[in-house]
Design a protein around this ligand. Structure first.
Ligand code: NAD
Length: 352
């Protein structure tokens, strides 16, 4: 029997190579005249190019976006908003920069426009996160969904392969948990299946042929759908474990997702047999967990927690923290079984 609830998010999306050039006209349509451009120090050139493109519509550039959206950074950016009398933010970058735009939307009700350059997918969710006193607080609020998201695959061409691989697997995780999990929403699943198909088809080509705009386009398209499935869908054991490692051991975001995903899919496989088959079919493989593991290897992404700075001695603590509160999971979650999963992920063995 089919039974579900569904509430759409207020997306407004422009997708296509070269679409960045339409931003000035889109700002006009939205009635914004003083945009504060947000970027990381690493992408300051792209930020400056955007300021130049916007001309008189740009109020300024804030180039201090960093990972995990520290509250101090939000405060500094908020000061710039006030000083420059900005009427919107335009974030150009990965999930960290999008996250700063979302934080300003949350704190100041400042409309945000997202121009994603990685596969993080944050622009498609209503999830915000701000780190204060070493603790990342997250929540859901539709006010942080960008007023406009402009996807231009040409902006992803500069993403180095060693980042593009894990970033793509991070997207894959958002979709995979919305296919093979307990509380499936059929509308979200349609989106997630298409995301997995597009990502598994394109990511190996992005890595083997970085200049291939068609592959980059398909990967960004897959990532946007994957982000959408996270935005309207569910999370479970996989995201719990990633949050635990990122929050407690400061492991890199996309790589942590890449390593843990195959093991979490294997963990739930017996309890979600039909759904896990659908995930495997979307990838064109026999076994979903092993297929994801092999994809991670094919794109040169790390597959072992020990390769991203996790110590074996940390695994007990991680298993304990991750299972302290109930986890949304079709397969019952116990500390012992999670500890076993983490051992496999630590060693980087094939998921089972
Ligand atoms: P990131 O934004 O930190 O980017 C990593 C580095 O790559 C940065 O220096 C960035 O400037 C650079 N970069 C990004 N795109 C580039 C490009 N095309 N060319 C050259 N350099 C580029 O990393 P990320 O993986 O994109 O995002 C991770 C963050 O996003 C995490 O903090 C995570 O929690 C958050 N996130 C949030 C959500 C959500 O729904 N709220 C979803 C996914 C990720």
């Amino acid at each position: 029997m089919i039974s579900f609830s569904y509430k759409a998010l207020p997306w407004n999306i422009l997708f296509g190579a070269g679409s960045l050039q339409r931003l000035p006209e889109e700002l006009n349509k939205l009635g914004f005249t003083r945009a504060l451009v947000l970027a990381t120090p690493e992408q300051v050139t792209q930020g400056q190019d955007l300021v130049n493109l916007l001309g008189a519509r740009a109020a300024g550039l804030f180039d201090q976006a960093v990972m995990h959206v520290p509250a101090e950074t939000v405060a500094l950016a908020a000061k710039e908003v006030a000083r420059l009398n900005a009427d919107c933010s335009v974030s150009i970058g990965g999930g960290s920069t999008t996250g700063l735009g979302k934080a300003l939307a949350l704190k100041l009700d400042l409309p945000n426009i997202a121009i994603p350059t990685s596969y993080a997918g944050s622009e498609m969710t209503n999830i915000w996160g701000i780190t204060e006193n070493g603790r990342k607080v997250t929540g859901r609020d539709d006010r942080v969904v960008p007023t406009l998201t402009l996807y231009d695959p040409e902006l992803t061409m500069t993403m180095p392969p060693q980042f593009a691989g894990p970033s793509g697997l991070n997207a894959m995780a958002q979709a995979a948990v919305n296919i093979a999990s307990g509380d499936i929403n059929p509308i979200v699943t349609v989106m997630a299946v298409e995301a997995v198909r597009a990502l598994s088809n394109s990511l190996p080509k992005v890595i083997s042929d970085p200049g291939n705009i068609d592959a980059r386009t398909e990967a960004l398209y897959g990532a946007s759908l994957a982000g959408g499935s996270l935005g309207m869908g569910t999370t479970g054991l996989h995201h719990r474990l990633c949050h635990t490692f990122g929050g407690t051991f400061n492991t890199p975001h996309a790589e942590t997702h890449t390593i843990l995903l195959p093991h979490c899919v294997a963990y739930n496989a017996a309890a979600t047999e039909e759904a896990t088959r659908r995930l495997a079919d979307a990838m064109g493989v026999e076994n979903a967990a092993i297929g994801i593991f092999n994809l991670a290897k094919a794109v040169g992404a790390p597959t072992a927690l020990r390769d991203i700075g996790v110590q074996e001695a940390d695994l007990d603590k991680a298993a304990k923290i991750a299972t302290e509160t109930p986890v949304n999971s079709p397969e019952p979650v116990t500390m012992e079984r999670v500890r076993n999963l983490l051992q496999n992920a630590y060693e980087g063995i094939e998921p089972r």
